[in-house]
Design a protein around this ligand. Structure first.
Ligand code: PA5
Length: 449
């Protein structure tokens, strides 16, 4: 494996004894997870997924991605929450920083555009305009098949596709990723004859990036999905086999909970690569939705550095001491650019001549880690060797495993999301959905005062 977790920079805040003291709790949590005997035990399919995934479906995903690359300039990925964040994270991490803007030949694969993750009519109208005159296909992703945001977007773009190509050709350009047997989307897909991919029953949305949910959009962007799975399989081995002292996911879960008990209620994930921005978004959902319940949990936040050193950096250095920071770093940048000497050193940068930009970035990172530590912020480090699919697979699995263990240590069910229902209930009532008449009346009264 090429992922490491290191908390040695935070040793001012965490003693060896505390790590030892937490060992039984972490081992129990890990055992509960692997035995599938704890809360949410029906949603642990992600644990063995890297070794027992559906090979037939995997091949169909690759074939569909190939077809899409031949017949589409744009691939629309419609989904929200766990039904899009993982794919977005992978695509942004593993492709050119300007992937969607590249010349089609250079890109070699369709543009990937996400929608159905908000209810903005401007965004949808702009997207409709953008798609004028472009060949496109759709991947509609919803495990439940009933989520409002993607359902609305799907209506709009399904209609556009049907008007553009006629019903028969439109059917061939729609890929539905949903439950294997129930839900409105499954029924629609069966009725219409869309190619379908499955969200396994035992895998919840935010743990589904390595199922068809993530893999089809990721493959459509030309990424090696087998390398992603292989990376995850390596971390699975590590999770199962390595002792507590050298088990990265177990130690990360342990350290987070030790810090929480010391009043560090906010974890900020920090990166020094713009390509990691959406991975942080995925991570926020994973931990926020898994742990934030029963009035407990660490608040997951994210910063992009060095960008945010010029905004949130002030707070991290000097604000309320409720924060710890987890830095995700990459050993080797896939690209090297060197700084040249200029005859006139007007900007005073000649002292960097001959140095690589990555050296400057890494120096900024090391300096910031020390400054934040001096400011009273424990800093944890997660490092991967390369910005590639194999390492990303490890990272995804590492976070999922750590999240499961951490949630159990916290004493919550990390695999449900009861809190998400409250906004939906109110929205349905206000929209006049049949069955919500009483709630509607009460809400309207509350809104009018
Ligand atoms: O993690 C989760 O379960 C959620 O974030 C879901 O992924 C999200 O609500 C979308 O649900 P669905 O795929 O059923 O449309």
């Amino acid at each position: 494996k090429s992922l490491t977790f290191d908390y040695s920079r935070a040793n001012r805040f965490i003693s060896k004894d505390e790590i030892e003291y937490f060992k039984p709790a972490v081992q129990t949590a890990l055992k509960t997870l692997l035995d599938k005997s704890g809360a949410g035990k029906d949603y642990l399919g992600w644990i063995d997924l890297p070794v027992n995934y559906d090979k037939e479906e995997f091949n169909r995903i690759k074939q569909a991605a190939h077809k899409i690359s031949l017949d589409s300039q744009v691939f629309l990925v419609i989904g929200i929450g766990g039904s899009y964040l993982g794919a977005r994270a992978a695509i942004e991490f593993l492709t050119n920083s300007f992937y969607n803007l590249l010349d089609a030949k250079k890109r070699g694969y369709p543009q990937i555009i996400f929608c159905g993750n908000s209810i903005s009519s401007k965004y949808l109208a702009d997207l409709k305009g953008y798609l004028e005159g472009k060949d496109f296909s759709i991947n509609v992703i919803s495990k439940s098949g009933t989520t409002t945001e993607p359902a609305i977007a799907f209506r709009i773009f399904k209609e556009m596709l049907e008007q553009r190509y006629g019903k028969d050709e439109a059917v061939k350009r729609i890929y539905a990723t949903t439950d294997k047997s129930c839900g409105a989307l499954k029924k629609l897909a069966d009725d219409e004859g869309y190619e379908t991919f499955t969200v396994p029953d035992d895998i919840g949305g935010r743990f589904s990036v390595l199922t068809a949910v993530g893999l089809l959009p990721i493959a459509a962007a030309g990424i090696d999905i087998k390398a992603l799975i292989d990376g995850a399989a390596v971390m699975r081995e590590s999770l199962i086999k390595e002792p507590y002292e050298s088990n990265p996911a177990a130690l990360y879960a342990s350290v987070r909970n030790i810090l929480l008990r010391k009043g560090k209620t906010v974890e900020i994930i920090a990166n020094y690569e713009p390509g990691l921005h959406s991975l942080s978004e995925w991570w926020k959902q994973l931990f926020g939705e898994s742990e934030g319940k029963e009035q407990k949990g660490i608040f997951p936040a994210a910063v992009d550095l060095t960008t945010d050193l010029h905004s949130m950096g002030q707070y991290i250095q000097d604000g309320s001491r409720i924060v710890f920071e987890t830095v995700v770093s990459i050993d080797e940048s896939p690209e090297q650019i060197f700084i040249n000497k200029e005859e006139k050193d007007t900007d005073g940068m000649n002292y960097l001549a001959g140095k690589s930009i990555d050296f400057v970035n890494k120096s900024a990172m090391s300096g910031t880690i020390l400054a934040h530590t001096d400011g009273g912020v424990p800093v944890l480090s997660i490092n991967i060797a390369k910005q590639d699919a194999y390492c990303l697979g490890q990272l995804f699995y590492f976070f999922e495993a750590a999240c499961g263990i951490s949630g159990y240590i916290l004493g919550v069910n990390p695999f449900n999301q009861p809190g998400v229902e409250s906004y939906k209930k109110n929205m349905f009532a206000l929209l006049g959905k049949p069955g919500y008449e009483n709630e509607r009346e009460q809400l309207l009264k509350r809104l009018s005062v």
